[in-house]
Design a protein around this ligand. Sequence first.
Ligand SMILES: *Cc1c(COP(=O)(O)O)cnc(C)c1O
Length: 298
Amino acid sequence: MTGFDTLPNAPLQHLALSWLRPFGVELAVLRLDLIDPLISGNKWFKLLEHLRLARQVQAPGIISLGGAHSNHLHALAAAGKRFGFATAGLLRGHFQDTATVRDLQAFGMHLHWLGYAGYRARHQPDFWQPWQVQYPGWHCVPEGGGGPLGVKGCALIVEQARAQLASLGWADYDAWWLAAGTGTTLAGLVLAEGGAHQVHGALAVPLDHGVPAQLRALAGDSGYRLYEASRGGFAKVDEALLAFINACEAESGVPLEPLYTGKALLALREQVEAGAFAPGTRLIFLHSGGLQGRRGFA
Ligand SMILES: *Cc1c(COP(=O)(O)O)cnc(C)c1O
């Protein structure tokens, strides 16, 4: 397994949206959705240190878990095919014939459907044991590429943005705005910033799903702020959200999906309209990718 250490550069672009204009807030978007057609978004950054560790210990393959539309499994399977390592995916629920699952199969990932109860057991200490018997020596990546190794790779995101500020005509920026699922990417930005710039996380899952505690463990309790942005639950989609996404896409040409980036941008509009940011504030919106998962909503 070689060739995964050099991540492509995500372009940093102005994002001019009419709902920002009256408030004088300037927005740029870091387009992680453009780094690669298959290994898209924040997932490559989160996988980077896992792949390095797997190479170092000469693991025969990598095993991880997710749902039938999982952006994480999709990126892992594509990386396995591209960079030459075997992959196995443990899936939530029972067999579903989704566009994502078809890709996973085409990329050569071994798939195992755990049912719902089986998937809920993923946080138990003995969860991995039978899989380690079936796949001896394979490296196990926690759900969503989380944990300290996932956090570490996300520091690169901050580096990529800072290296491009001059191209926007910006001397500096005030804060980040991004979607949070497990909060791993957010924790990576918080640690890389070390307090230099605030990090705002729009939660794609309800606040009571354990993300705040997980974040505290990974990144402490300062340097960031969380907003409930799930709109009734993870993967819940409503008309107002879809209309907002369509309007933003038409105006900016930047594609969004409803579960993470669309909800995060809508939560930003709510905060801007509530006066949370002074005129002249410069924000970087992290486009965390996820567009392959959008096929599930076609
Ligand atoms: C996975 C994913 C996230 C969540 O990232 P975390 O590091 O788990 O918070 C956000 N946006 C998109 C598009 C994703 O696919």
